[in-house]
Design a protein around this ligand. Sequence first.
Ligand code: SF4
Length: 345
Amino acid sequence: MLSTTILSSLSGLYSALYEWYAANKRVLPWRETQDPYCIWLSEIILQQTRVAQGLEYYMRFMDRFPTVQDLAAASEDEVLVYWQGLGYYSRARNLHKAAQMIGQKAKGERRKAVFPTTFEQLRQLPGVGDYTAGAIASFAYNLPYPAMDGNVYRVVARLSDTDEAFDTTQGKKHFHQLIEQLLDRENPRLFNSAIMEFGALYCTPTSPDCETCPLQHYCLAYAHHTVELLPVRKPRPKVRDRWFHYRIYIDHNGLTLIHQRQAKDIWQHLWEFVLEEYPDGDEAIALQTFPIRHILSHQRLHARMDVIKVTSLPSIPDTVAVDMRHLGDYAMPQMLVKVLEQLSF
Ligand code: SF4
């Protein structure tokens, strides 16, 4: 529960938070607009991505796809190429699918594409969960919905001294009740922006400066000396090792073979060279033979690349022959892009 100190003086907490925000907020393009398309794009890019890196991608996307119609009209392959390097490619596929849904609806009704305007409509877009719908609803339309990202969970866990894991179904429900009590319904846009920024810049995961914190008076974790213990997460799943052996065939015309990953697995719809995946074997030997390491959220990839010069390319099902110089037109996993930069052919 939120402390009675907070509940009895929410206006004092809002004033302290907004004063801090006015003095410390970063100037970011998606904060300077109320256009739902720009806000949606920035929110999808910023999931699992640092702001500095996200900013670069956001600018590139806005440059190439300035409206939701432009994004809907692009091919999925092109969107994936623009997304290359950000990882979690399902975000890009959903982004594209959602743009097409919005575009198609407008086409059917013979009008200009209009972005959904209610939380419920936003929630129906592929890749849009409660957090993103809340962020768009509040930032674009100033509707009273919370936007709970990792930074907000941390601030709320500490203000309320809640030691329940925030990433379980039950924990999410509990935190949702807390933020509903805390939300400034008169100024949801300002409240969500301020609390997110406060978590990102001030109430940081380690060693926040609690002694001079403007919210210290309201913070139960500070009073109970539990700041460093919060928030609590559920135990992480075990990391799985995988062993990838790539063969980069190159013929005398500079052509190579690639194929598009189709399975519901990592890198779905991205392109890669001819791959054989090895089952787990003797780890010590495998580690020597597969010298490239690439860490994903729950997988550790060990890869080996062999460049094989041939007079004519072998016939391998589901592959296409492409000019090595045009590989940049195909969205590839970041691990392969990095290796290609280092290899000389
Ligand atoms: S007192 Fe410390 S833990 Fe509490 S809100 Fe401020 S920075 Fe965060």
